[in-house]
Design a protein around this ligand. Structure first.
Ligand SMILES: Cc1cc2nc3c(=O)[nH]c(=O)nc-3n(C[C@H](O)[C@H](O)[C@H](O)COP(=O)(O)OP(=O)(O)OC[C@H]3O[C@@H](n4cnc5c(N)ncnc54)[C@H](O)[C@@H]3O)c2cc1C
Length: 388
């Protein structure tokens, strides 16, 4: 039986970031994924724009990957408004003494930079594989069987996304919620270039328009499933007109729309970040509503913290499955997880409701965020990933 220092289940964005980060500190990992790398992040399958916070850009920079992303577009202002209402909130990089709040990149390009060419002397990748058994052993290690192989992990990391298989094997408590909403994602050509990320609460749902270079926007419109069929049936010209009506002309005239892709929206939250010998990171721990653009940013911070902890263990000859070590990881990440979850849920809940009382609260929230500086500061800090 082969034993690996670290076994990462899921070589998606977060799992791959962890493997690369560990390799920088001479920690060997085995990455197992049930999909081929070309099946993931093909631009024709995933046209999403991902808003990366300032802290995520720093993490990608430390992995020497940031310079590989050729299409990264700065966000200097976030503008939040509501269709048919007067109030709006404007958050700027200057308010945090930063040059930019973050960048918009394409999920496909980011995926290629992180996931492709992952194999190295310190990273073994096996994909596609099919896991058939996972056991916790009295030695405190996990044993796995997949595609005819049997291996043991000094520490097992579940980075296997929202429907984590490892979560089932470890029988951890999980709360899930189906928002009964779908994110409709497309690219839009517009008559005017911008560096403002717009978020607008419309009659149909949250509409996000992210700047993507010369006169392009990455668009995510999260709509209730009750109107999904109608939105899907609209011709391109009708869909473009619906966005223009809901959004207005802040970013010029909308000229052309690409094919639309659908992403069903769920919320998943684990009540614990580890069990003995096994740590959960990324979407396997916390799958968030995309309205606040926080999911990947949170996952990259998980990967970074886990690297810090395992590097400390290696330098001090501490076993990777040492319980105090995992407790330390959990304690270091818990606050960020609960703040990010609360921040995302508050945006979703306030803006999802049509009750008059909440409607008033929503208008007040936009007004308050614009004029009350501690609230504004908190939103900004969470947005750039600097909340502690
Ligand atoms: C419409 C939309 C817009 C978004 N926008 C943003 C944004 O602007 N900013 C942001 O920060 N986040 C955003 N997110 C969230 C972000 O996409 C996720 O948080 C991020 O992709 C999670 O990465 P992950 O690696 O944890 O999970 P995943 O990307 O789901 O990767 C999981 C990996 O595990 C593998 N796997 C699954 N099951 C198994 C198994 N049984 N065995 C082996 N391997 C397995 C999969 O093949 C995959 O490679 C958005 C999400 C959506 C839906």
């Amino acid at each position: 039986m082969v034993e690996y220092e670290v076994v990462i289940i899921g070589g998606g964005l977060v799992g791959a970031a962890l493997a690369r980060s560990l390799a920088q500190h001479n920690i060997h990992s085995l990455v197992l994924d049930n999909q081929t790398e070309t099946a993931l992040y093909a631009s024709e399958l995933d046209n999403r724009g991902i808003a990366l916070s300032y802290s995520s850009v720093q993490i990608l920079n430390s992995l020497n990957l940031w310079q590989k992303i050729l299409n990264a577009h700065a966000i200097r202002t976030v503008h939040i408004s509501e269709q048919g209402a007067f109030g709006f909130t404007k958050l700027t990089a200057a308010e945090l003494n930063l040059d930019v709040l973050g960048y918009v990149v394409s999920a496909a390009e980011l995926g290629k930079a992180l996931v492709q060419n992952l194999s190295s002397e310190l990273i073994t990748v096996m994909r596609p594989i099919h896991i058939t058994a996972v056991h916790y052993q009295p030695s405190g290690c996990w044993q796995l069987e997949f595609s005819g192989n049997k291996i043991r992990a000094k520490i097992l990391v579940a980075a296997d996304g929202a429907n984590s298989l490892l979560r089932n094997y470890a029988a951890v408590a999980v709360s899930t919620k189906d928002y009964q909403q779908t994110a409709i994602v497309c690219n839009i050509d517009t008559s005017q270039a911008t560096d403002i990320a717009y978020e607008r609460f419309t009659a149909q749902g949250v509409l996000a328009l992210l700047p993507f270079g010369k006169q392009q926007l990455k668009c995510v419109w999260t709509v209730p499933n009750t109107i999904l069929a109608h939105m899907q049936q609209l011709e391109d010209s009708e869909y473009l007109a619906a966005i223009q009506t809901a959004f207005g002309y802040r970013s010029g005239k909308l000229l052309k729309v690409s094919a639309r892709k659908m992403f069903p929206i769920h919320h998943v939250a684990l009540q614990q970040l580890y069990v003995p010998g096994l740590v959960f990171i990324g979407n396997a721990t916390n799958t968030l509503h995309p309205a606040a653009a926080q999911g990947l940013n949170l996952g990259l911070r998980d990967a970074q913290e886990l690297t810090t902890i395992l590097r400390h263990a290696k330098n001090n000859a501490i076993a990777f499955n040492n319980v105090q070590l995992l407790q330390r990881y959990s304690a270091a990440r818990q606050l960020d997880h609960s703040n990010t979850q609360r921040f995302t849920n508050s945006i979703v809940e306030i803006f999802a409701s049509e009750f008059t009382f909440i409607n008033q609260a929503r208008k007040f929230a936009l007004f308050a965020a614009q004029f009350i500086s501690p609230i504004k500061h908190r939103i900004l800090k969470q947005g750039v990933g600097a909340w502690q």
